[in-house]
Design a protein around this ligand. Structure first.
Ligand code: COA
Length: 450
């Protein structure tokens, strides 16, 4: 026999007057056990009130924006006969917890309720049973530990929308939210899927139709050890992936003759041995880049939709290798600082980076980045542009090379430079001009200190 069930808001912790942000069903809909009926949003979480039984929605008792609390009836469900038969009878005195357990069918032991709902067609024209007894079968508590609770501090979509996206294989990070407080609605997921399909994203189009990441049991091939990625690696990995995929960057290689510059640097450091300040190659690089950013302002810009934002400040980041991973501290207002001031500040920032003590402010606001691997080695590499910047200069290890001076080969200290630039803003000619200019500055220390 079918049974009419009033579905009430269960125990939702200490929350009261929680707004209804989504009504997931309408009268006539067939629902399964645990199908979301309405979604509530407290300050901290979004929660679906699920159906406690399979059946047909007869009435919806709330509307969007209503504020409700524990015990409020949200819907009336007419449970299917087998569901009611298999499910616990509310009048039998089952506790909510007992009922929750009995409704929680495991896949290996499907209940009659699950079997019945699996066969139910969508929105059937079933006649309403007037003789069906009314009960108020409630649902399990919706707080941590409760089966229907969803972490909400960072939630941007209700559990039902997440479930819908998961079923379609949609990455929620790519969906543009249109709901209040940037919440992703079911319609947003649908719009995203449609846009991917119409852009040919399924195959051979503009979407990335990638193979899944290979899952290999490495132990088949030899002993292994698994370690979690550091927090820095996880965060920088996400950024690097986005930048690699989204920026059409080209790397331009060049060389700078730093023979005189290095001689000057060594001499300065010798003279100021006891001052505690060590002039580094990095400080000259930051200064040279700042001067070049002024001469080529496109390098000091960011894409913002259809606009280019040109900056009139000169903050330059530098990649710092730390035991926890790569970080990018930023020397602010490089144009207002001398080379020795830049060296002191960069040295202090690099130390803080290694000690894991950099603040977010010390890592933000960069216009451009320098990545120096020269202290380690290498002859060239392709640095990844750090969005929303449009270019990054990498330098490798300088080496003595024979250079033809018009009369003879002379030994010169040559610094390899690798400039990656976003081709949407900087074309090859401009990038090469920038490289040539930076190389000129580094070749003639007078131009740097002027
Ligand atoms: N060619 C040859 N030698 C170089 C050089 C270059 N391009 N750059 C630096 N050196 C030398 C320095 O002169 C120094 O030698 P010294 O002590 O005899 O003077 C030595 O290498 C060590 O320098 P380094 O530690 O690199 O200091 P720095 O001030 O030049 O650089 C950092 C500071 C923070 C950039 C550097 O420590 C670092 O972390 N580099 C790695 C950046 C990175 O990982 N980039 C890749 C991103 S994917």
């Amino acid at each position: 026999m079918s049974q009419v069930i009033e579905v009430k808001v269960p125990d939702i912790g200490n929350y009261t007057n929680v707004p209804v942000i989504d009504v997931c069903v309408q009268p006539g809909d067939a629902v399964k056990i645990d199908s979301p009926l309405v979604t509530l949003e407290s300050e901290k979480a979004t929660m679906d009130v699920p159906s406690p039984a399979a059946g047909i929605v007869r009435e919806i008792k709330v509307k969007l924006g209503d504020r409700i609390s524990e015990g409020h009836v949200v819907a009336v469900i007419e449970s299917s006969a087998s569901a009611a038969g298999d499910g616990p009878s509310p009048s039998a005195g089952n506790s909510t917890a007992e009922r929750a357990r009995s409704l929680d069918a495991s896949p290996s032991q499907p209940t009659g309720a699950r079997s019945a709902q699996a066969a139910a067609p969508a929105r059937p024209e079933a006649p309403r049973s007037t003789s069906a007894p009314t009960s108020s079968l409630s649902v399990p508590p919706l707080y941590p530990g409760g089966s229907a609770f969803t972490l909400g501090a960072h939630a941007h979509a209700s559990p039902s929308v997440r479930f819908y996206a998961r079923e379609l294989g949609v990455d929620m990070g790519k969906v543009r939210p249109t709901g209040p407080k940037d919440r992703i609605l079911k319609e947003d997921v649908t719009v995203f899927v449609k846009s991917v399909m119409s852009s040919g994203g399924g195959s051979g189009g503009t979407g990335l139709d990638l193979l899944p990441w290979p899952r290999i049991d490495f132990q088949k091939f030899g002993p292994v050890e698994t370690k979690p990625l550091s927090k820095i690696k996880k965060i920088s990995g996400q950024n690097l992936l986005r930048n690699w995929v989204m920026i059409p960057a080209v790397t331009y290689h060049d060389e700078a003759d730093i023979t005189e510059l290095e001689a000057f640097r060594v001499e300065m450091n010798k003279e100021n041995e006891n001052s505690g300040v060590k002039i580094t190659m990095l400080s000259f690089l930051l200064k040279a880049c700042e001067i070049a950013l002024k001469k080529y302002p496109e390098f000091n810009s960011s894409i913002d939709g259809e606009n280019l934002v040109l900056k009139h400040y000169y903050h330059i980041g530098f990649a710092a290798d730390t035991p926890q991973g790569l970080v990018v501290p930023v020397v602010k207002n490089v144009d207002q600082k001398s080379i020795s001031e830049i060296a002191t500040e960069a040295g202090a920032l690099a130390k803080k980076a290694r000690d894991g003590k950099l603040t977010p402010a010390e890592m933000s606001g960069a216009c451009f980045t320098v990545s120096s691997l020269g202290g380690i080695g290498g002859t060239a590499f392709s640095p990844i542009v750090n969005a929303p910047e449009v270019a990054i200069l990498g330098v490798s290890k300088s080496a003595m090379k024979p250079v033809w001076n018009g009369k003879e080969f002379a030994p010169r200290l040559i610094l390899p430079m690798s400039l990656s630039a976003d081709h949407r803003v900087i074309d090859g000619a401009l990038a090469t001009h920038f490289n040539v200019f930076v190389a000129q500055l580094l070749s003639d220390v007078r131009r740097l200190v002027l």
